[in-house]
Design a protein around this ligand. Structure first.
Ligand SMILES: [Zn+2]
Length: 457
């Protein structure tokens, strides 16, 4: 009897364990099946078969960027557009972590919980996805970047729609080069540099130091400094590209006087510099449409006084993503608070995003002052028509990190004042060296194309 009792008890225990396990796995399946099916390790989805019935991907104007015809994935028929959009559309594989065909693969293939991937062919139909990007701007940016590596990012600072996001080197998703893994030309080709790369921001970071100084240093707007091209800050020199003469903060930003801003960073101190940098997106990742960006980094905990000075002009160990740089310009244009960027307009006809404000980067009063200073930087330094023939653009350039051949990265960031073209942007040209003669003309090509499309008069 005792034996039967103990056997019954064991059977009961095993039955309970079986149902507990069954419940656990069923709940997991229901909660996570659509994620598992989109995992890169799922061989059903990592070859073209996974996309053979996938939905179409459109740009904002209904231009088809990718579609499945006769079980083949067909991309746009213009090679430049295919390359310009590869980092946002993706290819048949899942090599590009930020691409729609990677991140939204289960939506595109319309994974069905009941049938899994075994739905009969005649019932397979993926969701269509419409993006906010404009193919005409994509093409203009891709052509402008040419053989340079870099990224260009343009978004509507009123609505958050990303109009253009291009990263180079790119490649053709319809005909992936066989030497993509071995040829230096394609170094980092799977990386969307606008989201996933961070660079020393150089003088574009002066916008952060300026915002902090305008808020925290009383009488800063009345202060002047006579720049002779270099000065001792802390234990060593800070140098300028050339002597800037007598400058106030407005002129120092326009002429990009390093010594002036290095001294401001030291006057503010590590804690305030760090606090303002963090308000403006540093030391945290951002996430857009399910894609996590690289971090922008500002860490002066170990910095000497001289290094703190260099950090105030975007050198030392400061790093920034192009998308965060564009958001700082957007905040200036938008009274201190940026609108969050997004690139998915709708999935299966259902709107995916609404306009969302990010956290405030600076007071409106400070934003308005930087607005005027960035306006003056363009009008006094470059001339408005040099940046765009058709739009009224405010901007700041930067160069940073010289390589062994003496070449620096070239940055430009800014925004358009035009009501019908509210675009904020950032562009980085790796080893472009000259922001003025390399980066600005590239941005101009995209801005003038945008004006032709969107400007009403
Ligand atoms: Zn100077």
């Amino acid at each position: 009897m005792r034996k039967i009792n103990s056997r019954s008890f064991m059977i009961l225990l095993m039955t309970l364990a079986f149902f507990a396990g069954l419940t656990y796995h069923t709940v997991n399946l229901v909660l996570h099946a659509s994620e598992w099916v989109a995992e890169p390790t799922n061989s059903h989805l990592t070859d073209v078969d996974g996309l053979e019935f996938a939905g179409k991907i459109f740009d904002r104007n209904g231009v088809v960027l990718a579609q499945s015809i006769d079980k083949q994935r067909i991309y746009n028929d213009d090679e430049d557009i295919r390359k310009a959009c590869v980092h946002i559309v993706g290819d048949n594989s899942v090599n590009i972590a930020t691409a729609v065909q990677t991140v939204y693969r289960s939506e595109l293939t319309k994974y069905n919980f009941t049938f899994g991937l075994g739905l009969p062919d005649n019932l397979k139909r993926g969701n269509n996805i419409t993006l906010t990007i404009d193919t005409r701007l994509q093409k203009a940016a891709f052509r402008a970047l040419g053989d340079y590596k870099g990224a260009m990012f343009f978004y509507n600072y009123k609505t958050g729609e990303i109009l253009c996001i291009v990263s180079t080197p790119a490649y053709d998703p319809q005909d992936v080069p066989e030497d993509i893994e071995t040829n230096d030309k394609y170094d980092g080709a799977y990386l969307n540099r606008a989201f996933s790369a961070s660079y020393p921001p150089g003088s574009t970071f002066k916008l952060v130091t300026a915002a902090a100084s305008l808020k925290e240093i009383p009488g800063i707007e009345g202060s002047t400094y006579d720049c002779h091209g270099s000065d001792i800050v802390g234990e060593d020199e800070i140098t300028c590209y050339e002597p800037n003469g007598i400058v106030n903060i407005r002129e120092a930003l326009a002429q990009s006087c390093n010594v002036f801003f290095a001294k401001l960073a030291v006057a503010l101190g590590k804690d305030k510099m760090t606090a303002y940098a963090e308000k403006m997106g540093f030391n945290s990742r951002r996430s857009f449409d399910g894609i996590n960006t690289a971090s922008s980094i500002y860490n002066v905990s170990e910095a000497t006084e001289n290094e703190l000075g260099w950090s105030g002009v975007g050198q030392y160990t400061v790093l920034e993503t192009p998308v965060n740089m564009a958001m700082i310009s957007a905040a200036v244009a938008n009274g201190g608070t940026p609108v969050m960027p997004y690139f998915i307009s709708s999935i299966d006809g259902k709107p995916k995003n609404t306009t969302t404000l990010g956290s405030q980067m600076m007071d409106k009063e400070i934003a308005d002052k930087l607005y005027e200073m960035m306006d003056y930087t363009v009008s006094s330094n470059y001339g408005k028509s040099y940046v765009s023939d058709k739009l009224d653009v405010c901007a700041k350039t930067g160069t940073a990190e010289v390589n062994s051949e003496g070449l620096a990265h070239a940055w430009v960031t800014g925004f358009c004042k035009d009501e019908d073209c509210p675009i904020a942007f950032a562009a980085i040209v790796e080893y472009g060296n000259y922001a003025y003669s390399v980066a600005i003309p590239m941005v101009k090509q995209v801005l003038d194309t945008a004006a032709d499309i969107y400007k009403k008069s």
